[in-house]
Write a protein that binds this ligand. Sequence first.
Ligand code: NHR
Ligand code: GAR
Length: 215
Amino acid sequence: MSDQQCCIVVIISGNGNNLQALIDASSHSGYTISHVISNNPEAFGLERAKRCGIPSTVLNHRDFDTRAEFDDALHLAINSKNPDLVALAGFMRILGPDIVSNYSGRMLNIHPSLLPKHPGINTHQRALDAGDHEHGATVHFVTEELDGGPIIAQCRITINADEPAQELGARVLLSEQQLYPIVVSWFASGRLCLQQNKAMMDGAIIPCRGLQIRA
Ligand code: NHR
Ligand code: GAR
């Protein structure tokens, strides 16, 4: 990675807003998106990749009998691109231990909540139901523990009075699009790494809630 650009495979399931943000920043952020993989053949993110001349692969999890077989196929597909980094961007399938351990320290996810609050799905409604006053997005290293890997950075937003979940989700998504390219560029420049299960930035351990980025 040192004398060449950081090569990234982005894995998606849907709309690809975060993929688009990563693509848009790539020209000035020291990384190249070499390939996009989607488990969903209908994902609009595939169209975004095509429009930007980025090759893509569909691996439909429904074509596999078991989770393990899908995971193995995904693992092989990623390996064949030999990426420096794998970025999950709106990817909706839980990954098994082999792929996650093989890409330990080289796989990031962006999650639409202020982890460790609200791991899993349906985060915006859950933040509202919990009476939270703030919400946001988190980028973390992917480990076997779902949404539980070491946190790198967060972007916080204040929840408005009587805000519907959909509006809140749209504002969180905007914050994600700011946050993810920043974190990926840190990784690409070699400033960010995982050491002994701790996220490290410029040689120092990142605090457990992550570096705080302003929206
Ligand atoms: N895999 C591992 N091992 N560790 C993580 O931290 C992961 C992961 C795979 C995906 C993204 C995560 C998110 O940001 C992510 C992190 C899917 C589900 C889920 O429940 C939960 C969290 C995330 C992604 N998926 C269901 C499943 O059975 C399917 C849900 C659906 O299709 O709507 O895989 O939120
Ligand atoms: C984003 O909020 C992303 O964080 C979330 O899906 C939304 C759509 O992303 N991801 C997950 O919930 C992962 N399980 P997209 O427009 O980038 O596809």
